[in-house]
Design a protein around this ligand. Structure first.
Ligand code: GAP
Length: 522
């Protein structure tokens, strides 16, 4: 993983956000190569989910939505992680992600150094914990409690109560200054009722003030599809089954950020809500689970590193009778890439109840199961394939990354990104062998043809040809076109294929078409 992170920075895929200021935890910037890779991945998704189907249409909704959307969807009350503080090292962590430990099992604590271990032991003794000893930087003798887990950093079983921490980022909308209103209210309570009354109501005053203008950065793109269900259905006369797709940024104040861009606070999603007739969800869940597995393979992820895993009953969201995760074998193990959830009519019902707007669909052809007559008005059920775009980008990088050893002569070692050609940030490197004898001019002409056609290419004349090939291998450029001494004689160039370094001669006049065809056939 470290090699991939380092390549990402070195070659302009992903940088730590605000690096010159020490970096911002869990926020990342996509550099010149990363932005191309991300766009290519998302465009492939859009082509497959929207452009190549007549039953799915797109949406680009605002990131900030009416706060009642999040109230109705349940995000305000329950989109939260259980948080715990360690009383020994002070770490705040997610209870559900902490290392498991059976009640009564030994719970040795490991502090960063001897001094910290000694301080921890003193603190625990002051807390009344007897029978503990220290060995170097370890504190021994503690037993796990009935929580079933210990601190994720030091292993301590001495933990605060769990409390729920909402993952949505809150902001405020409009020119109102909620702090000004809060200050006025505080002054009034203080003057009229005194400091004791203020003590009791301070938190509520502040909470009310903030809440009065509160809006949230969307934690998922899905809700916009539910609240726009009727708009889209009616304006395009869509017939069930049909889908609404959207891709874009989502925000979660994740407590545990992990594995580089795998889990971050700002990320991109590619989601589709597929509205189906009640009673047909099982069939469509099967259909979309398979379709999504196929797609990840189609864009180049290895078949043996992908699997479909059905959620156990204790993992299922309260609204979902069945969910399948598409999982990828990341360097740290199998982990979620996409969830395909059967969501019943949960969301449309919630928004119908909260907005008092009927979100029903009328199908004149379907038989109403209650009356036995033609014409059925119902709330569609939903199958929702929800994928991470930034997480998909990480999977694509992990899958493509390869270090090839040197040959018997000690030559040819290289790092290569075997990205699917359509995902590759640069499609063709255009390289004059040397900077003379008219080669740069021909190479420039070829590059211009690529630019005019909108096929990303890079004219590159710096350094020896071997070094240039190595640079292109590292960013995953699938084809390099080299103009050499023969070009002037026979109007041909060498095309070099990234994956097997094979080289062929092709006509200069056909170079663009050859690359375009290779991309289309890939
Ligand atoms: N609307 C359903 C939904 O959002 P989810 O499983 O929470 O479901 C869908 O998210 C996908 O979004 C995940 O499978 C993952 O790929 C991606 N995702 C979720 N949280 C993320 C985070 N903090 N950072 C990066 N990607 C994330």
């Amino acid at each position: 993983m470290q090699s991939i992170v380092s390549l990402c920075k070195r070659r302009g895929f992903v940088y730590q956000s605000s690096e010159i200021y020490g970096g911002l935890k869990s926020a990342y910037d996509y550099g010149p190569m990363g932005v191309e890779l991300k766009r290519n991945l998302m465009n492939e998704w859009w082509t497959s989910m929207v452009h190549s189907r007549e039953d799915v249409v797109g949406l680009d909704a605002s990131i900030i939505m009416h706060p009642n959307v999040w109230k109705a969807s349940g995000h305000l009350s329950s989109f939260s992680d259980p948080l715990v503080d360690c009383k020994v090292c002070g770490e705040r962590f997610r209870a559900d992600k902490a290392p498991k430990a059976e009640e009564g099992a030994d719970a040795p604590m490991e502090l960063p150094d001897k001094g910290k271990a000694k301080a921890a032991l003193d603190k625990l003794e002051k807390m009344g914990e007897a029978g503990l000893t220290r060995n170097g930087k370890s504190v021994l003798g503690a037993k796990a409690g009935d929580r079933g887990y210990v601190c994720s950093v030091c292993g301590s079983p001495f933990l605060s109560e769990e409390r729920q921490f909402n993952l949505m980022f809150r902001s405020s909308l409009g020119p109102v200054d909620p702090m000004g209103a809060a200050a006025d209210k505080i002054k009034a309570v203080l003057n009229e009722q005194g400091p004791e009354a203020l003590q009791a109501s301070l938190r509520k005053i502040l909470e009310d003030a903030v809440q009065s203008t509160a809006v949230y950065l969307r934690p998922e793109t899905a809700q916009a599809m539910f609240v726009n269900f009727l708009n889209v259905q009616q304006s395009l006369s869509m017939k069930v089954p049909f889908g609404i797709a959207q891709m874009g940024k989502s925000f979660r104040n994740e407590v545990t950020v992990e594995h580089f861009i795998f889990r971050s606070c700002e990320f991109e999603q590619m989601e589709m809500e597929y509205f189906v007739q009640p009673g047909t969800s099982e069939k469509w869940l099967e259909h979309w689970s398979q379709a999504r597995m196929d797609w990840w393979q189609k864009i180049g992820l290895s078949k043996d590193k992908l699997r479909l895993r059905a959620h156990e009953s204790d993992e299922l969201a309260h609204y979902s009778p069945a969910t399948n995760d598409v999982e990828y074998l990341f360097p740290w193990g199998w982990d979620e890439l996409e969830g395909v959830a059967s969501r019943t009519d949960y969301d449309l019902t919630a928004h119908t109840n909260a907005s008092k707007k009927k979100l029903q669909y009328f199908d004149p052809e379907a038989t109403n199961p209650e009356t036995g007559k033609k014409g059925w008005r119902y709330l569609p059920h939903v199958i929702a394939p929800a994928a991470g775009a930034t997480r998909g980008l990480l999977a694509a990088l992990c899958d493509a990354y390869d270090e090839e050893p040197a040959d018997a002569d000690g030559k040819g070692a290289r790092t290569v990104l075997r990205l699917h050609p359509r995902l590759a940030p640069i499609k063709a490197g255009i390289l004059p062998l040397v900077k003379k004898e008219g080669m740069p001019e021909v190479a420039r002409r070829i590059a211009d043809d690529f630019f005019k056609a909108g096929v990303t290419a890079k004219y590159d004349e710096q350094h020896a040809i071997g070094k240039r090939y190595a640079r292109h291998d590292e960013v995953g450029t699938p084809y390099c076109l080299t103009v050499d001494g023969d070009t002037a004689k026979d109007e041909t160039v060498t095309i070099r294929y990234r994956d097997d370094r094979r080289q062929e001669r092709i006509k200069v006049s056909e170079a663009l078409e050859v690359v375009k065809k290779a991309l289309a056939d890939a």
